[in-house]
Design a protein around this ligand. Sequence first.
Ligand SMILES: [Zn+2]
Ligand SMILES: [Zn+2]
Ligand SMILES: [Zn+2]
Length: 421
Amino acid sequence: MATSKSANTYNRQNWENAEFPILCQTCLGDNPYVRMTRETYGRECKICARPFTVFRWCPGARMRFKKTEVCQTCSKLKNVCQTCLLDLDYGLPVQVRDHALGLKDDVPKSDVNKEFYTQNVEKELANSDGTTPGGTLGKANAPSDLLLKLARTTPYYKRNRPHICSFWVKGECKRGDECPYRHDMPTDPNDPLADQNIKDRYYGMSDPVANRLLKQATTMPSLEPPSDKSITTLYVGGLEGKVEETDLRDYFYQFGELRSITMVPRQNCAFVCFTARASAETAAERSFNKLILKGRRLKIMWGKSQGQQATGPGKQGGTSLAPVPGLPGALPLPPTEDKSHTNFFNLATPPSGPPPSGPPPIPLTLPPPPGQILGMPPPPMGHPLHPPPGGFPPLHLGIHHSDPLQFPFMVHLHLPACLRL
Ligand SMILES: [Zn+2]
Ligand SMILES: [Zn+2]
Ligand SMILES: [Zn+2]
């Protein structure tokens, strides 16, 4: 360290002056209006020992102040956060990421080569557009399965909590609720996780967190395809209104032809139906625990067979839909609705009301006049202005029922009235 430090006193042009820190979302905290102080050449980088610009900020209420620990060159070199040193894309320790990508890089760990190496890297970074990490990582290929399985997609703000109050641990803290430190028991010193250090994290060597994550990955559950070979539907959960049908279509189409995609916005889920079982199996295997779209990790499960759906709401998919009250009983379904499309929610068959008395019912097999009912979506569910539970007034009122051509016309008259609302 001493060599490097003295070298830096004359090699001042090497010092780093930055306008903004490179941080992960967790370190920044949940407040979008974070205030930072900036201190030029405030400290030595904990990795390369060159002075760099230190930023300090508080990542939210009741959190501890954080500061940048390594310089931006070191951060870009490994694509890590300047503060927590976790990978910026996956929120994982360098060791896990490099293991998953099969990377082995040549960052020198001794003081002798370090400065020469960082200088070269800086030159290389200056020539790039700054959007890709430097070093071997910049040349790595697509993310591996392991990486997608383990990646953290949401910020983990607990990591910003204050450190444990050492007085409280000894039973001597007199500050009570005012104490800015955390009154929690520390982890067992024999726990391997208690021994973490910044250099091991950065270089990706003997990092206890990484070892635990890699161990976890080997015991992760897998998704068994159902024995009923007619099932070609996958349940996709956790959409949270951000993932749209086109996103799902774009992703799942790579596994084979899709029969349909049914979105259920109220349950934040969707059903993706493949035409072939083999495609569904590949999709399930390649997506289970690994599918991340628009920053959300999506839940993948197998759908239920048609027979099971008819008997009750799905349990496996977590979509137990109660029958919707107030659905019109007297209306026939729009003829274009395909069966596989609506069957998932048990809504395809509306609650059957008593058969209309009086004139004989008009056969539903009647072909609709072109352009009138075709493509008409089913009436919206749970509509506040929907007709009362009794349903619509009987369709045959005032209509000459012996003329079958008037029947579809009547349907047309009623449907747009409730759809427009
Ligand atoms: Zn550095
Ligand atoms: Zn961070
Ligand atoms: Zn305390």
